[in-house]
Design a protein around this ligand. Structure first.
Ligand code: SF4
Length: 600
């Protein structure tokens, strides 16, 4: 086949794993690496990257430009189609909807004459469509594809393109033997990461004016440093064996290339523990010594090469670093606060604070060790940064349904959260999820998948009540501390309309969802002022603002105003302080002055 006429389509069905975000506005490394491997082969005249949302005929809210892309992508003939997917812990997404099991079949069948490949974490761990429900294995999808890659897709694809091209049907058995190939080391992806950076130019969340709100997920290392003790009972990371790390310069080069193409938001999120990047020796048998010099070098290098980046965040932190190596953990925290942008979150896997559950599941830390990490991160990171967020705060992950759990476990977890609140320590977010463990992992604990699912269902009501208790007694008071009334947030990106309101977020790691009771133009940034708090979101108004120009709906959302006073403000058109004080009391008037400082 002549490469001048050979077209490749990469369909991003999205990846969302505990260690890697890929649902828009995030782009995971996988599609970029695959794009890079394909480009490197020089076998294709054209490589098209499209998200599953761009392919859906019934896609919501498509503007004319998106409709154009949609028709253009579907009108072309493709010799190769590569579909990537893998959502292990499905959530509620604002920026996109991961491909569903039925859609994989549907879209694969649309490309009848293409050589079709399925890859991504789903091929190993199945497709998770609903939180708390077991993943669906991809076995029955195998006949729909010519090749299902269970190894590292960029490596497999690169081998096929260099050794078996042009393809003939007789080659298929040989090609399928390559399907489980893995990287030998992290340098094997270095070139693909650089070449694949240009995939972002076709991403719907990117624009070449200011980068849009696209957040590039960056990988730093693979595997878990706790692999020697088998790791946590539910986690598959220790099975990858000894961690392999990328070189500092390779990561900086990749970020700088993405930046050169126009990307402005980056998340060093694709690893099990950012503090363990290029770690040292196991001076304590529980965990290796962190390497502050390597992390400082990495972060400084990125800032030097990307001076106008808007977001540099991390994800995933093991609290053990702080308990076992407090000096190094402090140094790393200082470097993060100095070089990353504000709104940064250290997502810490607590899972459970019940000693029986910790022991049974070989969890990483005791509650005291986790508290040590929370206190140090607060001490160094709680200051307010340029975009209006605290610079760097912990986020905590809990898992419901771990073997050994009882009702007392949930009570202990709640008491732990109340202790944090009592100490006035800040936590950016609490993530409560039901255990989703592969059957193989459950078997190691002597639990059958059937028994396990039955137990989860039995406890459904208990979890529901407990989650509501956490939302009521912890989340809302915590949001009031982290985003108090009157806080100004900059660079908040309008993503979606919902009824007569707009949902916005600052690009980054676990950004707060901002609700503005007004239809704002989408796809651009705003400055907002915080006026009220939900359990998981905040209500904001555009800032600066003029109260007298606000709609009834906007005024009503200011605490203390209500329908009647909002109507009075509009009807009476207050001009002086006295006029205002005839409608609202002094406390509310002072609050309104915060929203509009030049109020008479
Ligand atoms: S510390 Fe536990 S949860 Fe985290 S990556 Fe290692 S095994 Fe998995």
């Amino acid at each position: 086949m002549d490469s001048d006429s050979v077209n490749l389509l990469i369909i991003d069905g999205y990846v969302d794993e505990p260690g890697c975000l890929g649902v828009p506005p995030y782009i995971a490394p996988y599609p970029r690496y695959i794009y890079g491997a394909a480009l490197h082969s020089e076998r294709f005249a054209r490589i098209t990257y499209a998200t599953i949302d761009q392919l859906r005929t019934e896609s919501r809210d498509m503007n004319s430009q998106q409709k154009d892309v949609h028709s253009r992508v579907l009108a072309m003939k493709y010799d190769w189609v590569i579909m990537i997917t893998g959502v292990s812990v499905p959530g509620n997404y604002i920026g996109g909807t991961p491909i569903r099991y039925s859609e994989i079949q549907k879209y694969a069948s649309m490309f009848t004459d293409s050589f079709k490949i399925l890859c991504g974490p789903a091929t190993r761990f199945g497709i998770g469509e609903e939180g708390g429900k077991p993943s669906i294995p991809v076995d029955s999808l195998v006949p729909v594809f010519d090749l299902v890659i269970t190894g590292d897709a960029e490596i497999v694809i690169s081998r096929i393109l260099s050794e078996y091209y042009p393809l003939t049907p007789g080659m298929l058995p040989k090609i399928r033997e390559l399907a489980s190939l893995l990287r030998s080391d992290m340098d094997s992806i270095a070139g693909f990461a650089i070449l694949g950076a240009q995939a972002i130019l076709q991403h719907p969340n990117f624009n070449d004016r200011d980068g849009g709100n696209l957040v590039c997920e960056i990988e730093t290392f693979q595997g878990c440093p706790r692999y020697r003790s088998g790791g946590c009972s539910f986690c598959i990371e220790p099975e990858k064996g000894q961690p392999i790390h990328r070189r500092i310069e390779a990561i900086i080069d990749e970020v700088a290339t993405l930046y050169r193409h126009g990307a402005r938001h980056f998340r060093l999120g694709n690893q099990t523990d950012f503090y363990a990047y290029r770690h040292g020796s196991y001076d304590d048998e529980r965990y290796p010594r962190p390497n502050p010099e390597a992390i400082r070098h990495l972060l400084k290098g990125i800032r030097d090469r990307c001076p106008d980046l808007k977001t540099l965040h991390i994800d995933n932190v093991n609290a053990l670093n702080f308990a076992l190596y407090p000096v190094e953990a402090r140094q790393i925290t200082e470097a993060i606060v100095e070089y990353c942008t504000a709104g940064n979150v250290a997502a810490i896997g607590v899972e459970s604070v019940d000693p029986a559950v910790i022991a049974k599941n070989n969890l990483k830390c005791t509650p005291d060790e986790i508290l040590t990490a929370i206190r140090i991160i607060n001490e160094l990171g709680a200051g307010i940064g340029l975009n209006g967020n605290p610079c760097f705060l912990p986020g905590l992950n809990f898992i419901m349904g771990l073997p050994g759990e009882t009702k007392a476990t949930l009570d202990a977890n709640l008491a732990f959260l109340q202790k944090i609140l009592g100490e006035k320590l800040l936590i950016r977010r609490i993530n409560l999820r039901k255990l989703l463990a592969p059957a193989k992992k459950l078997a190691q604990l002597g639990v059958s998948s059937r028994d396990f699912n039955r137990q989860l269902q039995k406890n459904e009501k208990l979890y529901f009540t407990w989650k509501n208790l956490v939302r009521d007694s912890f989340d809302m008071p915590m949001l009031r501390l982290v985003f108090p009334f009157g806080r100004i947030l900059h660079g908040v990106f309008a993503e979606l309309h919902e009824g007569n309101s707009t949902l916005l977020r600052q690009p980054g790691t676990y950004p707060i969802l901002c609700y503005v009771p007004k239809l704002l133009s989408l796809q651009r940034e705003y400055t907002l002022i915080v006026v009220d708090h939900g359990f998981r979101s905040i209500t904001c108004l555009e800032f600066p603002c003029t109260l007298k120009k606000m709609t009834l709906n906007e005024l009503e959302h200011i605490p203390g105003i209500g329908k009647k006073r909002a109507a009075s403000i509009i009807a009476k058109n207050p001009k002086t302080q006295e006029d205002w004080l005839q409608i609202v009391d002094r406390a509310i008037y002072l609050a309104l002055k915060q929203i509009q400082p030049d109020l008479p």
